[in-house]
Design a protein around this ligand. Structure first.
Ligand code: ZN
Length: 558
């Protein structure tokens, strides 16, 4: 499996002031959009040779909690996953599971019938310190992907849940790979569970470029250093610690919280979220909502703080073009070779500009930014503004804006002869195309073939999946709105990201999924994601947990 490329780079770049026309026109200007970086990558090889995962489940240990002892056949990796205690059917189908300590009311009784003891206050300082220690340990487990090796991290997270009596399960989708899930039960009978999703794998880090060893998890000057601190182990810890805080303080929610940490996200998630969604349907059968990376608290181009919530993502259409021709000695070249055919095809492809199409989340996003920043007024009606030639030219010169209003085509990998004097019989290129939600993949492919206009070139699709968006309005968005309102009446701005996350796996299962983790990062910190010296402040971690608890209380009716 060859190395992978990332499209992580800066979904969330921001500038401290309002964009001017000159800004818009400046190539590479760092104008733009959202906060939290999302990492998304895919191995082309994964598309052709996805290993068939063995659905062996690691059962949680007996000492965990009452619900676990009711499951048969402990400590076997081959136990049918449906029998684990985090299965929601445990709640629905079984007559009377042993009442877990966090539930004074019997399951199914509903909020109204439950006795609700006053929650104990949360010691935020202590919780934050505990979170920092956990994140530091988590970073020290090297989950660089490839190869991932997330299993030890999954086990560590499971033990953390079990120590607090929250049932948790680890699976090994492929040797060394890991997925972990944990369920904190609520007292609602028919309410949909909320999934807190994160990924345990990280991108490589070159220690020579870092100020501290990237897998040291060093805590210094109030910051936790290391690969994954922001993407995505920090958010993972925020989700986990929020659940522990809720359980420990005795807060009763009217819905279950399902923590899911997967592997393989950085290479597309086939051995992580993709495997989980396909093989563990019972575990998330009751899920209605999901929070994942992809958005957070950030600044607008004009420097105004807002909550960016990703409700839509573009979808990848990764293709390989292959040209064939006569092999031979380069001293006597024929008129056309595989490589010359390929280069001509690529030239036509590069010159092609897909049409502009403004989808609602994008026009809404720009309108919201104009309102926050008091302009530019053209953002109020992007469709009309983009009809003005000069303004359109300047707008589209910003790569990020351009990607928000059209499909994009980017050749990224080339291959032919490896000797200067040898004409290769084959030449190939890989092209990373990204389609807006609603685009017809077959129609797009058809268009590509017409643009290439060369029947001798074979076009293979390496990766594509349907783009699914989540609705703008939901109980979960209301909860985010409430947290934002209490946070200095901050505005919530739903948006689309140009990359993709594991959210699409769950959106395809009709789970309303938002890219939003309630942490506030600086632009400098965002640049460390997939870069060097990645780190997060202990305080940011603590604030993130506090907001997450608040959010879960809103969404859980507490
Ligand atoms: Zn990530």
């Amino acid at each position: 499996m060859r190395a992978i490329e990332s499209d992580h780079h800066g979904y969330f770049i921001r500038t401290p002031r309002m964009p001017t026309r000159a800004d818009l026109g400046r190539a590479g200007a760092t104008l733009a959009t959202f906060v939290l970086a999302v990492c998304v990558t895919i191995a082309a090889a994964a598309a052709t040779a996805a290993p068939s995962p063995s659905p062996s489940a690691e059962r949680a240990q007996q000492h965990a909690q009452p619900a676990q002892t009711s499951a048969p056949a402990p400590a076997q990796r081959t136990v049918p996953p449906a029998s684990v205690s985090i299965d929601p059917s445990h709640k629905a189908a079984r007559p009377e599971p042993p009442a877990p300590p966090e539930k004074p009311a019997p399951p199914g009784k509903g909020v109204a019938g439950a006795r609700t003891p006053t929650p104990q206050p949360i010691n935020w300082e202590k919780l934050t310190q505990e979170a920092a220690v956990l994140l530091s340990r988590y970073i020290r487990i090297d989950t660089t992907n490839p190869p991932g090796n997330e299993l030890s991290a999954a086990r560590m997270l499971r033990e953390k849940f079990l120590a607090d009596g929250i049932p948790a399960t680890v699976w090994e989708p492929a040797p060394g790979r890991g997925v972990v899930a944990a369920r904190l039960r609520g007292i609602g009978k028919d309410t949909k569970a909320i999934v807190l999703l994160s990924h345990m794998d990280v991108v490589p880090a070159d220690p020579k470029q870092w100020r501290v060893p990237p897998f040291s998890g060093e805590v210094k000057d109030g910051e936790i250093w290391g690969r994954g601190a922001i993407d995505d182990k920090g958010p993972s810890v925020i989700e986990l610690m929020a659940m522990l805080a809720i359980k420990r303080s005795g807060i009763l929610l009217n819905r279950d919280i399902l923590f899911v940490a997967t592997g393989d996200e950085e290479e597309g998630g086939r051995n992580g979220a993709g495997w989980f969604v396909e093989h563990q349907k019972k575990i998330y059968a009751d899920a209605g909502y999901l929070l994942n990376e992809g958005g957070g608290i950030t600044l607008s181009p004009g420097g105004h703080r807002f909550y960016a919530v990703s409700i839509a993502e573009k979808t990848p259409m990764w293709i390989r073009l292959t040209a064939q021709g006569q092999a031979g000695h380069a001293a006597v070249p024929p008129d056309a070779t595989a490589l010359t055919h390929l280069v001509a095809a690529l030239e036509r492809l590069i010159a092609y500009r897909p049409p502009i199409r403004i989808i609602n989340p994008v026009s809404d996003y720009f309108r919201a930014i104009a309102k926050l920043d008091g302009g530019p007024h053209e953002f109020n009606n992007l469709v009309l503004s983009l009809r003005k030639h000069a303004w359109r030219r300047d707008f589209l010169a910003n790569a990020r804006y351009n990607a928000m209003v059209r499909d994009t085509i980017a050749p990224t990998v080339l291959g032919a002869s490896d000797k200067t004097n040898v004409i290769s019989a084959t030449a190939w290129a890989e092209v990373d195309c990204r389609l807006l939600p609603g685009e017809d993949p077959a129609g797009f492919l058809d268009k590509i073939q017409r643009v290439i206009n060369d029947d001798t070139i074979k076009v293979d699709v390496l990766l594509n999946f349907p783009a699914v968006s989540s609705p703008r309005r939901s109980i979960l968005m209301n909860a985010i709105d409430s947290v934002a309102w209490r946070d200095n009446r901050t505005t919530v701005v739903p948006t689309m990201i140009a990359g993709f996350t594991d959210s699409h796996y769950f959106r395809a299962q009709h789970v309303i999924s938002y890219g939003f983790i309630p942490i506030e990062l600086t632009a400098a910190q965002e640049r460390t994601v997939h870069g060097v010296n990645e780190r997060i402040e202990v305080k940011q971690l603590g604030d993130g947990i506090r907001r997450m608890v608040e959010l879960l209380r809103f969404v859980g009716g507490s």
